[in-house]
Design a protein around this ligand. Structure first.
Ligand SMILES: Cc1ncc(COP(=O)(O)O)c(C=O)c1O
Length: 389
C-alpha cells in the first residue's frame, strides 16, 4: 500500500482549491486554506518545499535549551511585568560593559533604524560602501538624509582609506560612518588594524556604526570585534543580532553597544519591544556556547565544501567569513536565481553593482545538495558555459 501521500496530487488539489477561491496560489492566505490531508498523512506546508538560501538564516533554529527556556516563559504571556532571564544584564556582562551601554531591540535591524534616525535626523550624510546591508541607507533616504556610498576595491574589500578621505571632505555634513564587518553580501572582513585606522583618522566626534551581525562565524585572525573601542571611550556603536548564529530571525532580538550618551540619544526613537519568550530565549542562547560552536563549525564545514566544489569547476567564489558566500555567475545573477526558483531553491537577491555575483546562504546539508544539483544543471559545463574562464 502507498503510505506517502502524493505531493503532486495534493498540490494540484490545493492549487485548484485556491483557484476556486480566487486567491493567488502563492499567497499567504492561500497557504492557510490548503485542504486538510487525509488521516495519517502529515500536513503539507508548501513553505517547507523551498530550500531557503536567500536570507542568511540558521536552518536549525534555536537550540533545545533555548526552546525549553522559551516554553517555560509562556506563563508570562499575559503579564506586563515579569522576570525576563535578566537578558539586558546578561548582554552587558557578556561584553564587560554596563546596562547603560546596551540598547536592546526587536532585531538588530531596529537598532540600525534607530541609529539612523538618531544620528542622521538633521539631514546629515551616512558614509559607507556599496554593496552592503542597506537598512541604514534606506532610513537615510526616508528622512531626507544623504548616502555617500563608495565602491569596494577590486578584491571586494572595503576601501577604508577612501572612507576616511570622504568623511574628512564632508566633515560638516557626516552624521554616521557605517561599516558592516564582515560585510554582507560579500562575506569579507575588515581587519582590526583598518578599523583602528578609520577611528584614528576621522574626526573623533563622528559616530561610527560597526554592524557585527556575522561576528560569530569569523575565523580570520586579522578580525576582532570593535566592542573594545567602546571601552576605550570612542564614539562607536556595535550592533549584534540573535538572528544568525542563534537561529532567532523570526523571533526578533538584537542590540546595540555604545557609550551611554549614544545609547541615550537612540533610546528615544526605539519603538519595538522584545517579548517575554524572546527575552528568555536570548538569555538561554548566551548561556549555551556549545550550540554556538556547533552552528559555527557545521556552517563553516558546509560552506567550505560547497565553495570547494564550485571552485573545482572553475568558478570564482569570494572568500567568506560568514554563513553565506558570493559566487561569480559570469551572467546576470537574476537569470540564475530564476532558474533556481524553478527548482524550489531560493537564493540571494541582486546586489548592485555586483549583478553577476550570486549570494548563497548556507542551509542544511540536504539544502546544499539541492543547491549543487541545481547549479550543475544550470551550469552543465562548469564555468565555460558562461563563455568566460
Ligand atoms: C549585516 C546585517 N545587519 C543587520 C541585519 C538585520 O538582522 P536582524 O534585524 O534580524 O537582527 C542583517 C540581516 O540579514 C544583516 O545582514
Amino acid at each position: 500500500m502507498k503510505t506517502r501521500f502524493s505531493r503532486r496530487h495534493f498540490v494540484g488539489g490545493a492549487a485548484a482549491a485556491v483557484g476556486a477561491l480566487g486567491l493567488r496560489p502563492d499567497s499567504a492566505l492561500a497557504a492557510l486554506r490548503l485542504p486538510t490531508p487525509p488521516p495519517g498523512v502529515a500536513p503539507l506546508d508548501p513553505y517547507d518545499d523551498i530550500a531557503r538560501l536567500a536570507n542568511n538564516e540558521n536552518p536549525d533554529g534555536p537550540s533545545d535549551k533555548m526552546m525549553a527556556s522559551m516554553e517555560a516563559a509562556w506563563k508570562y504571556a499575559n503579564r506586563y511585568g515579569y522576570p525576563d532571564g535578566d537578558i539586558h544584564e546578561k548582554i552587558a556582562e557578556h561584553h564587560g560593559l554596563g546596562t547603560g551601554n546596551i540598547i536592546m531591540n526587536a532585531g538588530s535591524g531596529e537598532t540600525l533604524k534607530v541609529a539612523g534616525i538618531a544620528f542622521l535626523g538633521h539631514r546629515e550624510k551616512v558614509v559607507g560602501v556599496e554593496p552592503t546591508y542597506t537598512s541604514v541607507y534606506r532610513v537615510a533616504s526616508g528622512i531626507d538624509a544623504d548616502v555617500i556610498a563608495r565602491p569596494l576595491l577590486p578584491d571586494h574589500t572595503q576601501d577604508i582609506d577612501d572612507l576616511v578621505q570622504v568623511t574628512k571632505r564632508n566633515y560638516r555634513d557626516v552624521g554616521l560612518v557605517y561599516v558592516v564587518n564582515p560585510n554582507n553580501p560579500t562575506g569579507v572582513v575588515v581587519p582590526d588594524s583598518d578599523i583602528r585606522y578609520l577611528l584614528d583618522n576621522i574626526p573623533e566626534d563622528i559616530p561610527v556604526l560597526i554592524d557585527e551581525a556575522y561576528h560569530h562565524f569569523v575565523q580570520d585572525p586579522r578580525y576582532s570585534s570593535a566592542v573594545k573601542y567602546i571601552r576605550e571611550g570612542r564614539k562607536v556603536l556595535v550592533t549584534r543580532t540573535f538572528s544568525k548564529i542563534y537561529g532567532m530571525a523570526g523571533l526578533r532580538l538584537g542590540y546595540g553597544i555604545a557609550p551611554e550618551e549614544m545609547i541615550d540619544e537612540m533610546r528615544t526613537y526605539a519603538t519595538g519591544s522584545v517579548n517575554a519568550l524572546v527575552r528568555w530565549g536570548g538569555a538561554a542562547a548566551l548561556a549555551d556556547p556549545g550550540y554556538e560552536k556547533y552552528v559555527r563549525e557545521k556552517t563553516i564545514r558546509l560552506r567550505e565544501a560547497t565553495v570547494a566544489d564550485l571552485r573545482s569547476q572553475g568558478f570564482e567564489v569570494i572568500p567568506s567569513e560568514t554563513n553565506f558566500f558570493m559566487v561569480h555567475t559570469g551572467r546576470p545573477a537574476s537569470e540564475v536565481r530564476a532558474e533556481f526558483r524553478r527548482r524550489d531553491v531560493a537564493v540571494g537577491r541582486d546586489f548592485p553593482p555586483m549583478l553577476d555575483y550570486l549570494r548563497v546562504s548556507i542551509g542544511t546539508e540536504e539544502e546544499m545538495k539541492r543547491f549543487m544539483a541545481g547549479w550543475n544543471e544550470i551550469f552543465p559545463d562548469g564555468m565555460t558555459a558562461t563563455g568566460r574562464r
